[in-house]
Design a protein around this ligand. Structure first.
Ligand SMILES: NC(=O)c1ccc[n+]([C@@H]2O[C@H](COP(=O)([O-])OP(=O)(O)OC[C@H]3O[C@@H](n4cnc5c(N)ncnc54)[C@H](OP(=O)(O)O)[C@@H]3O)[C@@H](O)[C@H]2O)c1
Length: 294
């Protein structure tokens, strides 16, 4: 017979715990998965909501629901006191928030924790060009308002772009031999660090708008793409591109950055070095990656 570990004991306690599970919407996504990992590491039970089913474990039950249509959302919030809202997409996060609130309020949810984006309140989305390229910021701001007006005690954390998203973007851009690169800067942060902060906030008192979380360095987009290309041993021509519109102008001016909230520790270079990128890997140094500018 193998000896019981402290983790085994925590799992047994949680299974038999009278405390309800913590609902993590988007529990199958980049952020939601890391939030759930941190909850279960503390011995807490989680319920993950997304449109696709997952395999239950001792501490995690997966439930299928759609925050765009409302299907399955009532069952997901049943008996839940704490919700960490990590579901999101490029469009429609205001609608998702409204659907969640409409189900969570009558269910008696006591704390709704929301993830938003740095710049939600500073990137103006007025014209059709703004909407086409930066509508995401407007939908995050509208989602924030829905949650703040929900009557449910709430906390919203704004984060800059995750390293994981920068990697996905750089990978997609580098498929082209000549890569148009927008004149924008980013301050990427580790999704793991955002997850840790969200869990801390969720386990505390509702805090309203929490201080932003942002990565330790600011990079021009071209340096992020160039460092990825170098790490893969690829050869690509990077072509500077200037995007039109007021939202793009605000982003060029740094509306998406939070230099005063650079509390993230993991740099983009460290994140990239830890990835299995395939292909020929080259050493990427901060100088060859075009290190911090801000
Ligand atoms: N990535 C970033 O750089 C970044 C930065 C700041 C803030 N955020 C915010 O952080 C949140 C999570 O981002 P992420 O990068 O983890 O996104 P992600 O990897 O794309 O995950 C999104 C999650 O939401 C679920 N989802 C999407 N539409 C849904 C719907 N209609 N109903 C129910 N579930 C739905 C997805 O599952 P299914 O597809 O299975 O439904 C998935 O679990 C989002 O709100 C995003 O705006 C992200």
């Amino acid at each position: 017979m193998t000896a019981r570990t402290p983790a085994d004991s925590r799992r047994t306690e949680a299974r038999t715990s009278p405390f309800p599970p913590i609902l993590v919407t988007g529990g199958t996504g980049t952020l939601g998965r890391q939030v759930i990992a941190r909850l279960t590491a503390r011995g807490l039970r989680a319920r993950a909501l997304s449109r696709h089913p997952g395999d239950d474990t001792d501490l995690v039950e997966y439930c299928t629901g759609d925050l765009d249509t409302g299907a399955g959302v009532g069952a997901a919030v049943k008996g839940v006191l704490l919700v960490i809202h990590c579901a999101g997409a490029r469009v429609g996060d205001d609608r998702k928030a409204a659907t969640l609130v409409a189900a969570a309020r009558p269910a008696g949810v006591q704390h709704l924790v929301n993830i938003s984006v740095v710049g939600a309140d500073r990137v103006p989305v007025k014209s059709s060009i703004d909407r086409a390229m930066f509508g995401y910021f407007a939908s995050k701001l509208a989602a924030e308002a829905v949650i703040a007006g929900s009557g449910i005690p709430w906390t919203t954390l704004r984060a800059t772009q995750f390293h994981e998203l920068v990697l996905i973007t750089a990978r997609a851009m580098a498929k082209l031999p000549v890569v148009p690169v927008p004149a924008a800067r980013f301050q990427p942060v580790a999704g793991a660090e955002v997850a840790e902060r969200l869990v801390e906030l969720a386990l505390g008192e509702p805090a309203g708008l929490a201080p932003d979380i942002a990565g330790p360095r600011i990079y021009p987009m071209r340096d992020l793409v160039r460092s990825y290309v170098q790490a893969r041993g690829l050869h690509r021509v990077l072509l500077p591109m200037r995007m039109p519109g007021a939202a793009a102008r605000a982003v060029r001016a740094g509306a998406n950055l939070a230099p005063e909230s650079a509390t993230g520790r993991e740099t983009w270079e460290a994140f990239l070095a830890a990835q299995d990128l395939g292909g020929v890997r080259r050493q990427v140094t901060p100088s060859s990656a075009g290190a911090a500018t801000g």
